[in-house]
Design a protein around this ligand. Structure first.
Ligand code: 5GP
Length: 112
């Protein structure tokens, strides 16, 4: 996979407002927030999409959800939404797996 902006953020070649990082994942503020709190959680491993993940990634995927919960909690969010857009037709624009963590307002269902 060719490096994306998120790959560059993970390797330190591009800037982001990072709120959490460890050896497997990092979380940073979305450049174009869709809610008062809008964080992105990414693996350091360059998976393009959720579809690309397989059973070898089971622990990593669980870790990403735990990081999402951690950064939401640290942001003071009791209620929040986690979204993964998988593929262009679902709204994915950056092809490095990421979890959106959105909070600070009410959300409707179904999503648009
Ligand atoms: P997607 O549409 O792929 O699910 O989400 C990509 C998200 O990345 C969008 O919410 C967009 O605002 C955000 N984004 C795109 N480029 C950058 C960037 O360079 N830095 C940061 N922090 N967010 C970005």
């Amino acid at each position: 996979m060719t490096d994306t902006i998120f790959g560059k953020i993970a390797s330190g070649q591009a800037q982001a407002d990072i709120v959490y990082e460890d050896d497997r994942a990092l979380a940073f503020r979305d450049l174009n927030p869709q809610a008062p709190t809008h964080l992105l959680v990414i693996p350091r491993k360059p998976l393009a999409t959720l579809s690309e993940a397989d059973s070898d990634d089971q622990a990593l995927l669980g870790h990403l959800l735990l990081v999402a919960n951690r950064v939401a909690s640290e942001a003071g969010l009791e209620n929040y939404r986690v979204v993964v857009n998988n593929g262009a037709g679902a709204g994915q624009t950056v092809f490095h797996l990421h979890l959106h963590v959105l909070g600070g307002r009410n959300f409707s269902w179904p999503p648009g």
